[in-house]
Design a protein around this ligand. Structure first.
Ligand code: ADP
Length: 267
């Protein structure tokens, strides 16, 4: 259904032999469309901060700007450069993940430590948004992966839970063994996600509200990275959400034995 084919046919030796080649081009067309969409998205994401950077430079060049105005445009330059840096970092992370079938450097890592490191890094953002983050992760919970990638997975989910929250809201991270896997839930009391967006949420550059997400400072690649990390280590991710009430993202990863731990995350 929905497939397209190209049929090549050749007739040889006075109708004695017929050669037909049926080629499924729907996959090729889909890949080509995805590639061109990706290039379009990247170009747009690069152009937006660049336009702002060029406009700020132009304004800074004129001599009759007071100190306050100049300081404002330097801040804009700083912010847009940071945005470009995030975009490049996320694109590199995603491209590496897309080319990996398994991680030979994976080893048992404490989930509680990875969550704690992510929460620590996001504390200033949570304070700024007036959001309280609390964690309850079983210290005996270990999964086999790279500590850096596990921290990025939880970091992206917790960052979203903080960003798409409301002042005075909460983020609750829980981790426990569930059906013989490590299940980590990141629950927020934020804006929620309407059901029609859920199936596309993990696609690269997919955003529910593009202008709002950009304003908040996202690259649109965070959840795609999360999904790739979960799948790389044999896990999966699911989401439940209600508009106006909040969202819960649940990551499930195969359990690992903690004995061989070689964890480089700080305490
Ligand atoms: P972004 O960088 O835009 O945050 P993500 O890939 O992390 O990109 O998320 C994709 C989109 O999913 C976001 O733009 C936002 O619309 C929506 N989203 C992600 N997490 C949440 C959440 N916890 N609550 C509400 N919406 C969310």
């Amino acid at each position: 259904e929905g497939q397209q084919f190209t049929v090549y046919a050749a007739v040889a030796e006075e109708d004695k032999c017929v050669l037909a080649v049926v080629s499924d081009i729907s996959r090729m067309k889909r890949l080509e469309q995805m590639r061109s969409e990706f290039v379009g998205n990247v170009t747009h994401e690069l152009k937006t901060p660049l336009t702002s950077i060029r406009a700020s430079i132009e304004l800074l060049k004129s001599e009759n700007r007071d100190a306050e105005t100049r300081a404002y445009f330097y801040d804009v330059l700083d912010m847009e450069a940071e945005r470009l840096q995030h975009l490049i970092d996320d694109m590199l992370a995603l491209s590496r993940l897309e080319n990996m079938r398994e991680d030979p450097a994976a080893h048992p890592v404490s989930v509680a430590k990875a969550v704690a490191a992510s929460v620590k890094r996001l504390k200033p953002a949570a304070q700024k948004n007036e959001v309280t983050v609390s964690c309850q992760v079983d210290p005996a919970l270990y999964v086999c992966c790279s500590p850096m990638r596990l921290e990025q997975l939880f970091g992206n989910l917790i960052e979203n839970a903080v960003k798409y929250n409301r002042p005075g809201g909460t983020v609750t991270v829980t981790g426990a063994v569930q059906r013989e896997a490590a299940a980590v839930r990141v629950q927020d009391t934020g804006i929620g996600i309407a059901p029609q967006h859920i199936p596309r949420l993990f696609e690269r550059f997919y955003r529910v509200d593009t202008s709002r997400s950009r304003e908040i400072g996202g690259t649109g690649l965070g959840l795609s990275i999360v999904k790739h990390i979960a799948v790389l280590y044999g896990g999966d991710i699911s989401v439940e959400s209600k508009v106006g009430e909040g969202s819960t993202f649940t990551v499930r990863l195969p359990l690992a034995c903690p004995k061989a731990e070689n964890n480089s995350l700080p305490d």
